[in-house]
Write a protein that binds this ligand. Structure first.
Ligand code: KIV
Ligand code: ZN
Length: 523
């Protein structure tokens, strides 16, 4: 790799997925991974295979699906972890084993109960074993920024001797500041004898809001890989945000003349894809991808921008893939126009997908006159890339008002039959959820509920996200409709169907006979 090239290592599917409310099922991880590949990231960290069967499956499937980027799997330093990571990566076109152990005295004493020489030996052995499987091995010194610098240099030199090709210096708890981090990376460059044989990587958490600044300081000191996530999701306050580090390097190329492979026009779509999958919305003032990132409110600013955008815009919305909200299609648009529009938006639909999308499109066009790109995205993400629907909504009737309790009547069906229940509740949404629980016999605990308008006007499409716990596991659900109660019920069913699907999958993995279309309970 040339000396001015910075590799972008995306850990949205691993560190990002560890953040509350951001868990994804296999299909969702694959959808996100495909988008990361389109974005041009160099490395996708797809999971921590030993952590669970789901993580293992995600790494294996991402490795089979995404052939251009390197696929990394995380593991501790034990042989079991490393072997499991390698098993998950076995079909990857470009596999990387990423092994880590903590190096700070705080972690050594309180977490690992190990001495420095013991940890050094664990690191050496892990890299040696990983190296027996694959050439590309990354070593991370967890909590590096609170580690003794002499010891950090010693362990980094040792793992490079064992063949580590990338050495990561994580700011695990988001503790460092740019000048200090610059010093740590410079010291490694000066003092580690064999440092030229490995790429220095940085991985910054955002507990003090310095994840991006620290990453860039490390690059100026000689690091050449940045670990980051879309929308900055990750443990606690998150990780350095991919879109921010990439756009900072692009906008301030005069001060940071580094190259990377990111197709910046795919940034906004990547951000939206993630927030659509997880239901975790991007804060409006979030740099680069927030709703207000390119909005000019003050009159004096608007005036300037109208005269010349350069007055108040340091980058164009188009450069990150944000389009102005133009009407794209209407009631009379045909299947061909729809297909063409999806192609323009970067999606290639197979015939059955297009048929399904067109059906949903005509239904929506009957409800609202103008169809925007956001509507088409909602159709794509809600209606098409779906998990099997054990329960389908057939009928929903809800009443609400100030004088009496809200009621809802719900009919659910599957291939085997239909069943109707009614319930009362605090509001029509609550009543409908109770009716669904009665029908399915699965009691959901609503942990989070968000509604937002995704298009403008009184006939806007509203999108509902829910996080629901079924049998102690949390599932996200999402749906869009011009009717909020309808969208809420469909979102709840989406989460419920994921729970049914996850259960079926677990059974199939333990070789029991399963049916995805779980029959409705008998009356
Ligand atoms: O924050 C951290 O230290 C990590 C490592 C496992 C790389 O996520
Ligand atoms: Zn981390």
């Amino acid at each position: 790799m040339s000396d001015d090239r910075v590799a972008i290592f995306d850990t949205t599917l691993r560190d990002g997925e560890q953040s509350p409310g951001c868990s994804m099922n296999l299909e969702e991880k694959l959808r996100m991974a495909r988008q990361l590949e389109a974005l041009g990231v160099d490395i996708i960290e797809a999971g921590f295979p030993v952590a669970s069967e789901d993580d293992f499956a995600a790494v294996r499937e991402v490795a089979r699906t995404c052939r251009t980027p390197i696929i990394a799997a995380l593991c501790r330093t034990t042989a079991i972890d490393i072997e499991r990571a390698w098993e998950a990566l076995s079909d990857a076109a470009r596999p990387r084993i990423h092994t880590f152990v903590a190096t700070s005295d705080i972690h050594l004493q309180h977490k690992l109960q190990k001495t420095r020489p013991e940890v050094l030996e664990m690191a050496r052995k892990a890299v040696r074993l990983a190296k027996s499987f694959t050439e590309d091995v990354e070593f991370s010194a967890e909590d590096a920024t609170r580690s003794d610098l002499d010891y950090l240099c010693e362990i980094i030199e040792a793992v490079i001797d064992e063949g580590a090709t990338v050495v990561n210096i994580p700011d695990t708890v988001g503790y460092t500041i740019p000048s200090e981090y610059h010093h740590i990376i410079s010291t490694l460059k000066q003092r580690v004898r064999n440092i030229e044989n490995a790429t220095i990587s940085v991985h910054c958490h955002n507990d003090l809001g310095l994840g991006v600044a620290n990453s860039l300081a490390a690059i100026s000191a000689g690091a050449r890989q940045i670990e980051c996530t879309i929308n900055g999701i990750g443990e606690r306050a998150g990780n350095a945000s991919l879109e921010e580090v990439v756009m900072a390097m692009r906008v301030r190329r005069d001060l940071m003349p580094y190259k990377n492979n990111i197709v910046t026009e795919e940034i906004y779509r990547s951000s939206q894809t993630l927030s659509n999958i997880t239901g975790v919305l991007v804060q409006p003032n979030k740099a680069i991808v927030g709703k207000n990132a390119f909005a000019h409110e003050a009159g004096i600013h608007q005036h300037g921008v109208l005269k010349n955008r350069i007055t108040y815009e340091i980058m164009t919305p188009e450069s990150v893939g944000v389009k102005t909200n133009s009407i794209v299609l209407g009631k009379h648009s045909g299947r061909h126009a729809l297909n063409k529009k999806y192609e323009e938006m970067g999606y290639q639909l197979a015939r059955p997908e297009l048929d399904k999308a067109y059906k949903l499109f005509t239904k929506l066009a009957d409800q609202k006159k103008e169809i925007f790109e956001e509507d088409l995205m909602a159709i794509l993400q809600d209606g098409i890339a779906q998990i099997p629907e054990a329960y389908k909504l057939r009928v929903l009737q809800a009443t609400a008002g100030t004088s009496k309790n809200a009621t809802a009547l719900v009919t659910l069906g599957d291939d085997l039959g239909e069943r109707t229940e009614s319930a009362v509740g605090d509001g029509p949404v609550n009543a409908a959820f109770s009716a669904i629980d009665k029908i399915t016999g699965m009691e959901g605990r609503l942990m989070d509920y968000t509604v937002r308008a995704i298009t403008q006007g009184t006939d806007a499409v509203g999108e509902v996200f829910v996080h629901v716990e079924f049998e102690n596991a949390s599932y996200t659900g999402k749906a869009a409709s011009t009717d909020i109660v309808d969208a809420s019920v469909r979102a709840y069913l989406n989460a419920l169907n994921k729970a049914v699907y996850a259960k079926a999958r677990r059974k199939s993995e333990s070789n029991e006979e399963i049916s995805i279309a779980t029959p409705l309970p008998k009356e």
